[in-house]
Design a protein around this ligand. Sequence first.
Ligand SMILES: N[C@@H](CCC(=O)N[C@@H](CS)C(=O)NCC(=O)O)C(=O)O
Length: 260
Amino acid sequence: MARTVTDAATAPATLITIPLSHYCEKARWALDRVALPYREEPHIPLLHRLATRRDERGTVPVLVHGGRRFADSTDILVHADAVRGGGLLYPREAALRGEVEALEELFDTQLGPHTRRWGYAQVLPEAKLIRSVWSSGVPRFEALLLPAITPLACRLVRMAYKVTPESAQRSLERVRGVFAQVDERLRGGRRFLVGERFTAADLTFAALAAPVLLPAECRAAAPALEAVPAAMREEILRLRDTDAGQFALRLFAQERGHAA
Ligand SMILES: N[C@@H](CCC(=O)N[C@@H](CS)C(=O)NCC(=O)O)C(=O)O
């Protein structure tokens, strides 16, 4: 017999994460938003690959739910929305849904990789800081292994995300470019990016902007603003001061704790 939406909605879910990851925060926020119960399974970088070895890309987040695996944050949002009956993260109206999907894709590809690269460029030289965010909430034996793994993990992160001082500067320009597009879209005082309600477009923008804003309500593991190097702090304060930055901070303050 086919499973009903209600069966699927109440089946226990597991979200595999790296606690620092902003794509994981995007998925976590969506599950919280639609009130889909889940258990988070956080891992340190490298060991996350053991948990994601059966997924083609091996990245996090991965949602395991109702016997299925969703190994991409957008797939997780689409599933979370559908399993709760639809209309919570994506508008039911086709044209509006198309706009949300286009913005989500823009932020996934043009914002997330660049906030991550810039953020890593600032914190990778700070060994103590990076260890504290990578170990947040992970199983005890992984936390104990982390000091030994950190030098290799830092090298791999630099290679995988092509982190150099020059690329970080270029990424910051790309972030400013996306922020300018969001500023433009918000002109005229609109409260959300699409239509009159909070959607996956707003959620994705705010979650993927988190590494350059460090919002207090973000549930990804992140350093405190006071703990980051001074140059990073100054740039964060400048980005917070833009319309797009203010918008993302408002979404975290008003919408992060709110279940639909
Ligand atoms: N398009 C993917 C991107 C996910 C992604 O890049 N995840 C990073 C963490 S932010 C990751 O898993 N990195 C470790 C790896 O590649 O093994 C999504 O939206 O889920």
